[in-house]
Write a protein of this length. Structure first.
Length: 164
């Protein structure tokens, strides 16, 4: 069973960089961006992380927390995060629990060989724990900016009408 837009995301607990335990229910009241990527220290994944890094202050100003998720180990994540100065945590999903919850594992073909890999995808969860947007088959360039624009549109309260 995977999550669907408009539905509450089941609570989960996961281990992230710096030994932090991330629990979705512990993030209530904040918007949450979960971006899934194939592998630490690869060109596309590095650029994607750098773009989220460069917009971090703007996400933070909207009370939005960002997490990168891959199947890499915590050790790999700690090195990757430090090397590129990511101000957000990376979640290690070695057992593929979150990958399965968000249905990001896909059959891929490379040089005639088939393997199961992570399809680059991002999910936006609101302050109540409801999935509001998803991006699948993400193209890296400009993606973090598109996610920020969605947060700005959805998380910013509408101005109150004035009486005349």
């Amino acid at each position: 069973m995977s999550v669907s837009v408009g539905q509450p995301v089941p609570d989960f607990s996961a281990t992230a960089t710096d030994g932090q335990t991330v629990r979705l229910s512990g993030l209530r009241g904040r918007w949450v961006v979960l971006y899934f990527y194939p592998r630490d220290n690869t060109p596309g994944c590095t650029v994607e992380g750098q773009q989220f890094r460069d917009l971090h202050d703007r996400f933070d100003a909207l009370d939005t927390v960002v997490f990168g998720i891959s199947r890499d180990s915590l050790r790999s994540h700690d090195t990757f995060r430090a090397k590129h100065g990511f101000p957000f945590h990376l979640i290690a999903d070695a057992d593929e629990t979150l990958c399965e919850l968000f249905a990001v594992l896909k059959l891929k073909k490379l040089y005639g060989k088939e393997s199961v890999g992570v399809e680059r995808s991002t999910f936006l969860i609101d302050a109540e724990g409801v999935l509001r947007r998803e991006w699948r088959k993400v193209k890296v360039d400009g993606h973090a900016q598109a996610v920020l624009a969605a947060v700005e549109a959805l998380a910013t309260p509408l101005p109150k009408p004035t009486c005349r």
